[in-house]
Design a protein around this ligand. Sequence first.
Ligand SMILES: [Zn+2]
Length: 244
Amino acid sequence: MEEETSNVSIRPEIDKLLLLQEKDTKILELTEDLEEQPRKIAALRESFLGQSQDLNAAKEESKAKQAEMKKIELEVESTKQEILKHSNQLFQVKTNEEYKALEKEIALEKSQSGEKEDVILEDMMVIDGIKEKIKTLEEAHAKDEAVLKEQEVVIEERIKNLKAQIEQLQGERHSIEVDVRDDILSLYNRVLNIRPESPVVPVRDHICMGCHMELIHQSSSDVKRCTEMVFCENCSRILYEPVE
Ligand SMILES: [Zn+2]
């Protein structure tokens, strides 16, 4: 390695890497933002779907209650037929006992019919409550559907915008990149892969500002000399001496 060391400062290359890093950091940030967008849409759609399910459940509940009410109405109708039949029989019975038994039967049927009519009234009230709930849910649903569509447009717009910004930054990045020495660029790209958020970091008081570990003396003085690329022995980031 000794024979490769020269006295030529690579500071201009480091400065280009810092410019490159500036673009890469922005690209990373915007890319993460871009990746977040479909998740946002999915979350909105999911919440909307949850509301649709609530609405469908309320409609099902209303249908079931109405069916139950219909069944009881038919039962009441048939009990009334029975009452009518037994009331007519009252005139045909021969004995007092038969008469009393029939009267008792009619009284029981009337009481049963009355109870069922009460249940029907209760059901009607429950159905009214459900209908109110459905109306409220439908209104909220329509409103949320409008909001969802609006948000989808906003998010689509944001996606388009982010893509355009990233594309522009990549263009800017490229025009910096073509100017960087090949070997240095390939080292930078390698470090960028493992430390995408900050591949190039300053050294302050012998400390790597990327991982905050103290550098060995040799690295520290190599950074100061700035005639070759120096990497943090702990985090592998490219190190440079900040210009005060
Ligand atoms: Zn480090």
